[in-house]
Design a protein around this ligand. Structure first.
Ligand code: SF4
Length: 183
């Protein structure tokens, strides 16, 4: 992904460069430090679909070649599917489900993951209405005592509102926190 007119762009101020170019410069700076772990916090959020795809492809290739680990934060399960080996679906600071990305996307156990999948545009859902997750994200300053997903979960029971669900291990390496999930 060469940068056209690279010399001229090197002399440009950051605000004169595009979002994609600034992001590529940041990735280059991070990797120049011979990093072992790259934390990428929603790096492709403001980019167009084409540049986003280019950046994800480049990060995936670099990860293999330079052999660094990467924690990639995203609001998009589609992006997670493109870049990750393993995924942790978080809600209100706690994970609801963790596993290999293809397993979680093929067979999501946690209702919140199912809600995300149902509200994500996918080729197989063409012509169908997307199912929105009801209500709004929880207020992190006053979380409910039990499962944080309860106010937005269609399956919530009294016990969900009383205590945080235990972690259930689902062999080989899948884990979920929900009373509906049985090992
Ligand atoms: S523990 Fe209860 S509220 Fe939480 S996701 Fe499972 S069913 Fe819904």
């Amino acid at each position: 992904m060469p940068i056209p007119s690279a010399k001229r762009r090197l002399a440009a101020y950051p605000h004169e460069r595009s979002g994609g170019l600034r992001l590529r410069a940041m990735i280059a700076l991070a990797l120049a430090c011979r990093t072992k772990l790259l934390l990428a916090d929603k790096p492709t959020t403001a980019l167009g679909a084409t540049v986003q795809a280019q950046i994800l492809l480049r990060l995936r290739r670099l990860k293999k070649r330079a052999r660094y680990g990467m924690i990639f934060f995203t609001h998009s399960l589609g992006v997670a599917g493109e870049i990750a080996d393993r995924v942790a679906v978080m809600y209100a600071g706690r994970y609801g489900e963790v596993g290999k990305v293809e397993e979680v996307m093929k067979r999501p156990f946690h209702p919140y993951t199912q809600g995300l999948m149902g509200s994500t545009v996918q080729a197989g859902l063409r012509g169908m209405r997307l199912a929105a997750i009801p209500s709004t994200p929880s207020d992190l300053s006053c979380l409910p005592p039990g499962c944080a997903s309860a106010p937005r979960c269609a399956f919530a029971e009294t016990v969900c509102r009383e205590r945080v669900p235990e972690e259930t291990h689902l062999p080989p390496r899948h884990r979920a926190r929900c009373i509906r999930v049985a090992a």
